[in-house]
Ligand binder design. Structure first.
Ligand code: GLY
Length: 294
């Protein structure tokens, strides 16, 4: 038995690839990496990898992470440039170093040292991404746009993995990290328990540790849908109680039995899921709470 759930409609090709790996008995880690690499290479996906949002200075700085629920090992890269596949670098951080996170030039040197193929950043900036950046710069627009592929996989061996990849927010300050490469915020996994991931305003997701929150609820016996709903409602209510208006947050989670959950505080969120014997399916998610009416 296997199960995959991933954030946003654009994850369809990633989930289809992941399902191919898992249906032939492959490992969750390989499914997550192979799937996310497709998303990273798709120039039409404007928030992940090639063609992603540019930072304030017009540069493409990418974040990615992976957590192996069998060992609790994690690997992440933050603000990496000149690499088309930050997920592959993140996996190498997890598997080949004693560290959890490498940042910027350190991540790039490490990737170079172990022979991961680089690609000039300028080659990965699409005309659309450059145009959007020029418009936002002319308008002096604030940072915005922030989606992530979050990919959760349970394989037939019982291993669970959570992985993410994103360009982060458009017009972000150079060096800014969102939630996606931060353990417990953008991703978490523990085999035998479950896994979770988040997408949306990284600053809010980090403040509320969404992914660890959901995994702990599953450990305590919650159904994944209940864990997802409760995480979003509690995070929004907690922020309001402390005088901070929540912005967009959406979450997915998965338990060790392959049950899934998803929730959001805004319209437009969807996920893609696949399991044994079925085609990958896209599901629209109705907000469990509306951030605009809080
Ligand atoms: N959720 C992605 C980011 O804020 O960078």
């Amino acid at each position: 038995m296997y199960r995959i759930i991933a954030t946003w409609k654009f994850a369809l090709s990633a989930v289809t690839m992941g399902a191919k790996v898992l249906s032939s008995g492959g490992r969750a880690l390989d499914a997550a990496e192979a799937g996310i690499r497709l998303t990273e290479s798709d120039p039409d996906i404007d928030c992940v990898g090639l063609g992603g949002f540019l930072n304030r200075d017009g540069e493409l700085e990418l974040d990615a992470a992976v957590m192996d629920g069998d060992t609790l090992k994690t690997g992440a890269v933050i603000g990496i440039k000149n690499y088309e596949h930050p997920i592959t670098v993140a996996r190498a951080v997890m598997e080949k170093t004693m560290h959890n996170i490498l940042v910027g030039r350190g991540a790039e040197s490490f990737a170079r040292e172990i022979g991961i193929e680089s690609r000039p950043m300028l080659d990965m900036i699409t005309p659309g991404a450059r145009k959007l950046w020029e418009e936002k710069r002319a308008e002096k627009a604030a940072a915005s746009g922030h989606d992530t592929i979050g990919f959760l996989a349970l394989d037939s061996h019982g291993s669970i993995v959570s992985a993410t990849s994103t360009s982060g927010m458009g017009m972000k300050l150079p060096g800014r990290s969102g939630d996606s490469p931060i353990i417990g915020s953008g991703f978490y996994a523990e085999s035998g328990v479950g896994a979770a991931s988040a997408t949306g305003w990284g600053e809010d997701i980090m403040r509320t540790c969404m992914s660890f929150r959901m995994t702990e609820m599953i450990r305590a016996g919650a159904d994944p849908q209940k864990a997802a709903d409760t995480a979003v409602i509690t995070a929004c209510e907690t922020m309001i109680r402390h005088g901070t208006k929540p912005r967009e947050m959406a979450v997915i989670c998965l338990d060790a039995d392959g049950r899934i959950g998803a929730a959001c505080n805004h319209k437009g969120f969807a996920y893609v899921t696949a399991c044994e014997g079925g085609e990958p399916t896209t599901v629209d998610v109705e907000p469990i709470i509306d951030k605009d009416t809080l």
